[in-house]
Design a protein around this ligand. Structure first.
Ligand SMILES: [Zn+2]
Length: 356
């Protein structure tokens, strides 16, 4: 069944009044952004005559989330605002006063990834950054949300419970709104593989969007785990997007001693000590670890700027490898094509139903 049919499409009431979002400085665009934006503009001009089978989505209303930042330990407030077709996901640091948009705004895109040591950090040319974007990006991807303007008053997305669950539930409660422009997807046309020792990440041609992941830890609790996940499955949200960040006690202690991971606690991290899980309530799944790696991959790959059609494979891969494989994909123009999801049976991300 084409998943778009799971969404009810409503008469277009949304205006394109998100002008205040743009402070006047054009953000640098990739070829892909330009195509998506041009298409959105053309469809807006033509809105009566061209129905949209599979529309881009935004939030039905603004929503606020507050929580501690995993690495800084600071309380962070994040305001998610609806945004127009072709806008994408853009973060604005509101703690930088009246600085111009090219200082405060960062587009969530693979070529803006600046650091992947502990989390995925995006950074603009002025050096302004937002860290730990991956769990929020995974929530947007999982809910099928294309356009959001994110105001944030600090340098990292709050960690919440260490998974995407709080983001998904919060957004779900306010619902989504369809926009009068088709979703476009990036179809992978040929294998793109990056390797670094035992670490490997691959993007391969395929139907829908499937993810396979394998990890191996010299640890009795984690050990060797592998998973095959279908992004289009209705259970993806409950079985993947709820899996939490994890760490080994000795690593976590070393991080805290180094002044990193200051917001980390058993509230937002599964901590493993030798052959047992330190958290009192234990694991959400026996293989929660590899499930979280899939969640991270979905969030990192959402920085492609549009949904992917194909297969991802990760072996011991982390944020760095996920970013490298995306950059390798876009470095080879013959490895991908843009397809209109409205015209295709391969429409993805059926998870959320828009609010009435
Ligand atoms: Zn993560």
């Amino acid at each position: 069944m084409p998943p778009c049919s799971l969404r009810r499409v409503f008469p277009m009431s949304i205006g394109f009044a998100e002008v205040r979002i743009v402070k006047g400085s054009a953000l640098r665009r990739t070829e892909l952004d330009t195509v998506i934006l041009d298409e959105a503009r053309a469809q807006r001009r033509d809105r009566v005559s061209r129905p949209v089978a599979c529309p881009q989505m935004t939030l039905n209303a603004p929503v606020v989330l507050e929580g501690v930042g995993l690495h800084t330990g600071r309380m962070i407030r994040m305001d998610l605002h609806p945004a127009g077709a072709g806008f994408g996901i853009v973060f604005r640091r509101t703690d930088l006063g009246d600085a111009p948009a090219d200082v405060t705004d960062i587009t969530a895109r693979h070529d803006h990834v600046g650091d992947t040591m502990l989390s995925t950090v995006i950074r603009n040319e002025a050096g302004t950054s937002v860290g730990t974007v991956e769990h929020l990006m995974a929530a947007f991807a999982g809910l099928g949300i294309d356009n959001v303007f994110v105001e944030i008053n600090g340098p990292e997305v709050p960690v919440m419970d260490g998974s995407s669950q709080v983001f998904v539930e919060t957004i779900d409660a306010i619902g989504l709104k369809p926009l009068h422009a088709s979703r476009r997807a990036i179809r992978i046309l040929k294998p793109v593989i990056v390797q670094d020792g035992l670490k490997r990440a691959a993007l391969l041609p395929g139907e829908g969007f499937k993810l396979a992941f394998e990890i191996e830890f010299d640890n009795a609790v984690i050990g060797r785990q592998s998973i095959e996940a279908d992004f289009m499955s209705p259970t993806f949200r409950d079985e993947i997007l709820t899996a939490r960040t994890f760490g080994l006690l000795k690593d976590v202690e070393a991080m805290w001693a180094a002044g990193l991971g200051l917001g980390g606690s058993l509230e937002n991290t599964v901590v493993v000590d030798g052959d047992h899980v330190v958290n009192e309530d234990g694991l959400r799944f026996n293989d929660e670890f590899v499930r979280h790696k899939v969640l991270d991959a979905v969030g990192d790959l959402a920085l492609a700027g549009a949904p992917l059609i194909g297969r991802y494979e990760g072996t011991r891969a982390g944020h760095a490898m996920n970013n490298r494989v995306l950059r390798a994909l876009f470095a080879d123009r013959s490895a991908w094509e843009l397809v209109d999801m409205g015209a295709s049976e391969e429409v993805m991300r059926p998870v959320a139903v828009p609010a009435e």
